[in-house]
Ligand binder design. Structure first.
Ligand SMILES: *Cc1c(COP(=O)(O)O)cnc(C)c1O
Length: 219
């Protein structure tokens, strides 16, 4: 079997055996983060039947995925990187999920494009959970008002997303995210990468975004 498929299967097994079986938890979905990898590296996973893929740049995703999506209509493409408002029209056209909504300006632009294209995207609000200057995401303080704004536009917000600080244990941030998500009554939670997906799983993540542990190191 192809190495990349084997990697995915191993991660799925590991996650299942680490789920807390005493609780009724959803088995999280794995978004295979294919950024920087060419289509020939991604194809084996598509042929295997994997459905969720993530990219962080709109232009790269357009180049790689436009044709594949035409022939594989059940693939879910996730935009996990930050989105500039001038790229929103392309993002709404190509992607099924956007994980990086973090401002009213961006939310409004997505709303406008959805109206034009008659399409509805599933949306995560990105939270800057470690309050880091250099990171995108809405602050915890501004989250309730951004959420209300999105609801007023009738955007399909399904959950929260975060990238925790690198230097510390992710667990405390994941716990906090889980609580914020529950307080808003949201059902999906996008968190956990190659280094911390088991911690994320134990804190009720429903979408794990895993790149290098599936595809190998990025150059
Ligand atoms: C690249 C990326 C990932 C995947 O990272 P790995 O460490 O390779 O698993 C997850 N989330 C976001 C937002 C990313 O940009």
């Amino acid at each position: 079997m192809h190495k990349i498929i084997q990697n995915l299967i191993n991660i799925q097994k590991e996650i299942r055996s680490n789920l807390d079986n005493s609780k009724l938890v959803k088995v999280p979905k794995i978004i295979a983060v294919s950024k920087t990898f060419t289509i020939d590296k991604i194809n084996p996973l598509i042929e295997y039947g994997h459905l969720d893929f993530g990219e962080n740049k709109v232009q790269e995703a357009l180049d790689k995925w436009t044709n594949i999506k035409l022939v594989n209509r059940n693939i879910n493409l996730h935009l996990i990187g930050s989105l500039q408002t001038n790229k929103v029209k392309f993002a709404v056209k190509l992607f099924d999920y956007i994980h990086s909504v973090d401002s009213e300006k961006l939310a409004k632009k997505i709303f406008d494009e959805q109206e034009k294209q008659n399409k509805k995207i599933k949306i995560f609000i990105q939270v800057n959970i470690g309050n880091e200057n250099q990171k995108s995401g809405v602050s915890k303080l501004s989250l309730p008002s951004l959420y209300s704004y999105c609801k007023s536009l009738n955007l399909n917000v399904i959950g929260l997303m975060c990238i925790p600080p690198l230097d510390k244990s992710a667990n405390i941030y994941f716990k906090e995210m889980n609580k914020l998500n529950k307080d808003l009554g949201l059902s999906e939670l996008s968190m956990g990468m190659s280094s911390d997906y088991l911690d994320a799983t134990l804190n009720s993540a429903t979408y794990l975004r895993i790149g290098s542990n599936i595809f190998g190191k990025r150059s």
